[in-house]
Design a protein around this ligand. Structure first.
Ligand code: ATP
Ligand code: MG
Length: 389
């Protein structure tokens, strides 16, 4: 019998009556993520999702990797099925985990038996298999509290399964269960992390990027497309809305005081992101803002940008230190791309002395010098939609 991948559900199991909707969503997300790895049968039984290859061409390593990035899964393990018979289980453990059994100093066998027809109970299976493994690998000691290797035996409906320790899954909730939001993606470190964090709570994302040619280069745009691509193993397929921002930035520079430049620019970003949200059925915005990180991220500055936005703004990294954000960014694989040195529209026309404690009424007065609606309308007309798969 071919190896299978067993996935344990995370918070999904707490969802009571909604549980089936969650499980179905999760399985359809898994099926989509596995499309490039071959044909798999994905189904759920007793709080476990089974991923069974249906053809020899299945790429099990790629499938395992993909499963580790699906939100809603708390642990992932590759397992070998065998006949539901105590000696078949023993033989399976010996052949499947031989390398690990040779390499370990101590071990134990842990059994779960959901098939209550099986003639031995869990304890008896563990004792039988453990005893004979001990004979076969006499260098091993049995340690039931802190074994170096835990041999897992699961006796389930269709077969018995043997596996070593499971690895942690991505956690969170299945994408699509938490609604949709627009995430503002710059080329920096923070916004890919904030996108990841909100997606983890089950939110399907639309991405928005503002670019300002010729002040920002084609390479800067490519970099953002690459970051979006790096997020897809976690966030699934997404659309990146690239919004032309040059005219808005030039107008603000022409008509508003320099120390208010960034503040007013951010209000335009909010309005444009809200417009994209309205077009795409999104109910919130997501940004990588972090309290006090830069002048536009003080509490007063955030008040000024929220004033231009009638949707909730989710800021998952608001209370994190840069170091903590960087750690996540490395783990999810976006860091190396984020630090490529291309300019962002936020770094062009940066004021020498930005206002850190702006006054909302004053900001509104300066902004009144601009044709806000016209600028927004023209920018929206120029939006380019890129599907990131
Ligand atoms: P990051 O590291 O993600 O660039 P940052 O700390 O540099 O964030 P800012 O440049 O002030 O912060 O931007 C704050 C947030 O505004 C970003 O995290 C992102 O959500 C959004 N943002 C900034 N620039 C852009 C852009 N060009 N396109 C889309 N969103 C942007
Ligand atoms: Mg930035």
């Amino acid at each position: 019998m071919n190896d299978v991948i067993l996935l344990k559900l995370g918070e999904v199991v707490l969802k009571g009556l909604n549980r089936h909707t969650f499980e179905d969503k999760l399985m359809s997300n898994i099926r989509r993520r596995l499309q490039h790895c071959g044909k798999f049968h994905v189904y759920s039984k007793q709080s476990t999702i089974y991923v069974e290859p249906q053809e020899d061409a299945c790429d099990m390593d790629a499938a395992y990797d993909a499963c580790k990035k699906v939100f809603g899964v708390i642990s992932v393990t590759r397992a070998r099925p065998c006949e539901k018979d105590k000696d078949a289980i023993l033989a399976c453990a010996r052949s499947y985990l031989d390398g690990q059994l040779r390499g370990a100093k101590s071990f134990k066998v842990e059994t779960k038996r959901s098939d209550k027809q099986f003639p031995m109970n869990s304890m008896e299976i563990s004792q039988y298999v453990g005893g004979l493994l001990h004979d076969a690998y006499p260098h091993l000691t049995v340690d039931v509290h802190h074994p170096e290797l835990c041999v897992h035996v699961e006796v389930r409906e269709k077969a018995a399964y043997v596996h070593g320790p499971a690895e942690p899954g991505a956690g969170g909730l299945p994408i699509g269960m938490g609604g949709k939001a627009v995430s503002l993606l710059s080329g920096g470190i923070d916004s890919p992390v904030s996108s990841f964090m909100i997606a983890k709570r089950g939110v399907q994302l639309e991405l928005v990027h503002f670019f300002s040619p010729p002040y920002t280069s084609q390479q800067a745009k490519e970099k953002v497309i690459e970051l979006a691509r790096q997020l897809t193993p976690w966030c699934g397929r997404m659309v990146l809305h690239v919004v032309p921002f040059t005219e808005i930035q030039e107008e603000i520079r022409r008509a508003c005081p320099e120390d208010h430049f960034t503040l007013i620019m951010r209000r335009f970003m909010m309005r444009l992101a809200v417009a994209v949200a309205r077009r795409t059925g999104c109910k919130a915005l997501v940004t990588g803002e972090c309290l006090g990180q830069v002048a536009s991220q003080t509490m007063d500055a955030l008040t000024v940008s929220d004033d231009a936005c009638e949707l909730p703004v989710l800021r998952p990294v608001i209370g994190m230190d840069k170091e903590e954000i960087v750690r996540i960014s490395r783990r999810i694989g976006t860091f190396e791309t984020s630090i490529l040195p291309y300019e962002d529209c936020c770094t062009v026309f940066t004021p020498r002395h930005p206002r850190t404690h702006p006054d909302l009424e004053e900001v509104r007065r300066y902004e009144a010098a601009l044709d806000v609606e016209g600028l927004i309308g023209r920018a929206l007309q120029g939006v380019e939609r890129i599907t990131i798969a």
